[in-house]
Design a protein. Sequence first.
Length: 320
Amino acid sequence: MGVWVRPRGVRDQVKNFHRLQARVIIIALSVALSVSAATPAAADPPFVGWSATIPALTYQYEPTSLDDCVSGKPSCVARTIRQMQNRVTPLSQSCSHRAVFALAYLRTTEQYLNFSQKPGFLRDPAFVNHQDVAFAQMYFDAYDDFAAGRISRVPPAWRVAFRVADGKQVNGMGDLLLGMNAHVNRDLPFVLAAIGLTMPDGSSRKLDHDQINIMLNHVVEPLINELGARFDPSIAVAPTPFGLGFTGLMQTLLVWRELAWRNAELLVAAPTEAARDVIAAQIEASAEATGTALMAASRYLPPLQTTVSRDSYCVAQQSR
């Protein structure tokens, strides 16, 4: 058999995308560092719509059969929230380190349901509801496969997140970021590509994707405070491993969501299944590498740093 060569068009797209990644990260970190010291006077937290400055890449795509919530009714999102609550409760009660991301995802989805029902907030709320439920199912599947020992079916980035949490290897913010990384950098591009990037009239769904960033901007600070109060006080003291604060964490999330959209575009635009497989492998490898880097940046360093005080604090909160 001959050696498969990636088509030139795909090679150029991937090369340009990697350049874009570097530019986006530099922009986001620069903004985070310059804004994090400022104290907002208004009630709403500061929001930086930096993604609007990046040239759009729009490709036609027809939705596949990934139809966890085909109707897109809010009641379907509500059912997903109840499933999340059922999962969070035992994790919180046992002070499992997996509870950090699980609660974060629950609070985010609760906030999404509220925002999605505001008139005019989304162009196509029913479709985004469908996306929300399909997205959650990817997390549920990875979690259940890992718990059942079906490790080969668990995406590599999720393996890192779950193993590190079960091994109590990193601080609370590390657990949060590892879950976010697997969910956004790994899961999101696949679910976006699967359900479609364009509306029936051919226009891009990117506007609704970016509207979710506005919703997330209202979630981050109260979420960090709650996670710190319930599980690990250090979460609220240093909201990122690099000390960038709430705005820095938000900008990191925006970077990841933007790159997830671009990766989804590359998946959809791939001219062949073989080309799509290459891009998918790159997504998997990049998310796993990011998870490994986050683990190294946030891990406990015994004997000076251990999980003992964090776990004792969590147990004390459960007894209240």
